[in-house]
Every structure is written in structure tokens, then in C-alpha cells.
Design a protein. Sequence first.
Length: 286
Amino acid sequence: MNYRHAFHAGNHADVLKHIVLLAMLDALLRKEAPFFVLDTHAGRGRYLLRGEAAGRTGEATTGILPLLGLKDPPPLLARYLRAVAADNPVDALLVYPGSPLLTAQAMRAQDRLAACELQPEEAAALKALFAGDPRVAVHARDGYDAVHALLPPRVDGTRIARGLVLVDPPYEAQDEEYPRVARAVREALERWPQATCAVWYPIKQRRSLQPFFRKLEGLPARSVLLTELLVRPDDSPLRLNGSGMAIVNPLWKLDEAIAPVLPVLGDKLGERGASTRLEWLKRDEG
């Protein structure tokens, strides 16, 4: 793989992904019992927005940056902005936290994170970031294989009942990636039926996603919720027009937490023809 997330840190896809991630973590935090998070494609955990990679693309200028200074943002958006600010000096945005760092910031002493990263340089940076944090285990390994190896989660021989599997691959070869994602989520649910699984996916042309959505509908899960942000019309196969999160077995009232945020993201980050979507692909009405 040649993909490096540093080129895209803080862009509109990160904004959506991390807002949804924090909503899921907050739902898990409502109960005292410990939870476990498996992050299958964790990256390096923290990105310099003025570094060579992020500075070259400047994608944060149409992502996180337009959201700074919003007056009276919805609660979940305010929560996200506080989480990003927590890793920066006052009144400055120098670094952008990736999903493993946002997760670790939210966790309590009893919670655990397994963060997987296959690329050696990124994995080394991730290990350095969490050195000394006993709650976080960094695995320099393929995240799909980790689903089989690490689930169901156990800490000191005790199984953790609640938690989240975050699947956020680079989709360098999309035709090959989607079947791998679907297989990994299916195995995660078979090994850990109580888990919530969240899958990030890019949107270039939405019709190309239909086979993937059919696979999600066929999973052994109660419900599947889709949330999407398109910053421009979905008519170019060559650009990242938007992205989505497919949430399998979503936690209670997750859709209600996300709903007020999407119109704000569409307004602040979107170009002409932008749109958002919050829709049940599958729902257990019982």
C-alpha cells in the first residue's frame, strides 16, 4: 500500500468519520461496564496540519477549519470540536487527532483499545504515541486478520461484552476492498455478536456502492444505519465527492445524536449540489 492518511488529515471525510466515532463512544460511556474498541486501520494517530504531507494538499481548509468558531453548534459537533482542540494549543490548530487518539481521549481506566496498522512507519509512530498507556495495545499487523485474532476481546482472561469495531481501510483497490470489509464485519459479528461495527466508505459514484450495501443488509445484525456527507454532486468517478459511515448494530439513539449535525456540515463544508443522508438500510422494529 502506498496510501498515507497524512495527505488527507482533517478533510471532510475525517470530519464525518470522527463525529460519528465520538457519538458511538459517548453512547458506550453511558454505562459503567468496560468497553473494547478494535481500530483495524489506525494510521499514526496524530497528523501535523502544517507538515509536508498535509500542507501539500491543504484538505483541512475545506474540512475542520471552516467549522472552527461556529456559534452554538449542535452538541455532537461541539463535542468533536472540543476533542480536536484538546490536542492543540489554545486558539491554534497545529495537529489533527486520528481515530485512535480520539478514542483514547474518550476512554476510561477500565476501557481498552487495540489499534492495528500494517505500514511500518505509521505503526512505529502509533506505538510511540501510546507508549506508556496500558489501556492501548498497538499491533503492527493487518487489521482484517486482527478480527479473527482479537475477537471476542478479553482482558486478563475476562471477556468484555460491549464495544466497537472500526473499519476504515484506504480503498486503494475498491473492487477488492469492499468484499474484504464485508467479510471482516461478518466475522466480527459472528465472533462478538454484541459489537457495533462501523465502516467508513468513500463516495465517488453512489451507484457503485449498491453491491456493498446488499452485503451489509445480509449481515447477521439487527440494524444498519447509513450516514453520509456529499460535499458536491456524486457525478465524478475521479474525485472524493463525499463519504459515509455504515453502522451495524448502532447504539441506542445514535441517529438522534447525529441528525442535527449533518445539515451544518452540508452548509459549511459543501459546494453547490452538496447533500447529506441519514437512513436505515436495515432496521429491527422490535
